[in-house]
Write a protein that binds this ligand. Structure first.
Ligand code: FAQ
Length: 310
């Protein structure tokens, strides 16, 4: 009977139908989506930390207001995504606990430090730029709640990308020192940003099934290439040099980049990146310090429910 259901399910996917929470789905589909959506949620929440580091030191009131709004958006994306993940049957508490215990992943990129103000520009330009490249196709993902969440998230990410690029433009049109700061940030973030797209297709363990189920519409390497092609002209416009002397443009106009250091990627995933320990410690502290808020909210909800039944 299950084989019949699985065939029917695949037929719905092939017909571009959306799968909704109460529909039948293979256990592996539920599992891989819970994995991906919750990792995505954790990334948004942990992703607040590197930029949060600069809110108190933003150079002007306008920059501070924009950065504050961006970081708040990321919190919203995280909560939105936890809600989407919960529709698959795992509670937010369980998902968050797995992250705090170091069992669930979040994006490798958030384990790098933000050393100067130019890092804030670079994160908006490149990290949000990479996020958009990956998330636009997710708006057509087969799972309804995730696809719908991505529409709003992408709109906000596009504002984030613009605010980052505008910081870079200002720095690159500024003093020699400011331009050097922008170049230094690009040098440090370029390779980690390329790693955001995940391992090469040949070693990407989830790609085959996620493509079959239309969770993924493009492969890791395809999206990485699209991102590089879109970014090279932007760097040229800024007058910055991408830290890859071996980069060449092929006959079709694609920018061919050098080999990525996958050992570094594996190290960061194993918990040994420059900031892994700090990030988890900061999240655990925030979670512990927020315990009273969760308890108060639960007690209030219970009191209200009792009043309604009385
Ligand atoms: N970091 O078989 P695949 C943002 C893991 S944007 C850490 O290729 P898949 C916005 C992968 O999970 C960042 N782990 O996996 C923002 C799997 O591990 P598992 C978040 C990585 O799922 C901007 C294993 O390697 N965006 O937050 C990474 O088919 C600025 C094998 O890989 C998303 O999460 C990595 N870079 O493809 C916020 C997008 N790459 O689970 C603040 C949604 C791979 O077996 C500031 N996710 N892994 O233990 C996806 O599109 C996919 O999950 C991929 C990976 C493309 C990331």
């Amino acid at each position: 009977e299950d084989a019949g259901r699985a065939a029917q399910f695949q037929a719905r996917i092939d017909a571009e139908e959306r799968i909704e929470p109460n529909d039948w789905m293979p256990a592996a589909y539920r599992k891989t989506l819970t994995r991906q959506i919750s990792q995505h949620a954790h990334s948004e929440i942990v992703g607040m930390l590197p930029e949060g580091n600069w809110i108190t030191r933003a150079p002007t009131l306008r920059r501070k207001a924009a950065l504050l709004a961006k970081v708040q958006d990321e919190c919203g994306h995280g909560l939105y995504l936890y809600a989407a993940a919960e529709t698959l049957g795992t509670s937010r508490e369980e998902l968050v606990d797995a992250m705090l215990a170091g069992k669930a992943k979040y994006s490798s990129i958030f384990n790098y430090p933000t050393l100067t103000w130019a890092d804030i520009g670079t994160i908006g330009w490149l990290v949000d730029g990479a996020a958009i490249m990956n998330q636009i196709p997710l708006c057509r993902c087969s799972y309804g709640p995730y696809a719908r969440a991505m529409i709003r998230v992408c709109k906000e990410e596009s504002f984030h990308q613009r605010q980052g690029y505008e910081i870079m433009l200002t720095l690159c049109r500024g003093s020699d020192e400011q331009k050097a700061m922008a170049q230094d940030a690009l040098n440090r973030w370029w390779w980690p940003v390329l790693m955001m797209f995940g391992p090469p297709d040949a070693t990407s363990q989830h790609s085959d099934t996620s493509t079959k189920w239309k969770i993924k519409r493009f492969s890791n390497d395809e999206l990485r290439q699209k991102f590089v092609d879109a970014t090279v002209p932007q760097a040229q416009y800024l007058g910055l040099t991408i830290p890859d002397p071996g980069m060449t443009q092929d006959a079709e106009g694609h920018w061919r980049y050098s080999e990525i250091d996958w050992t570094e990627f594996k190290q960061v995933l194993a918990g040994n990146g420059p900031c892994n320990r700090d990030r988890l410690a900061a999240r655990r502290k925030a979670h512990d310090e927020g315990a009273w808020v969760r308890e108060a909210a639960a007690a209030y909800a219970e009191k209200r429910a009792q009043r309604q039944t009385a």
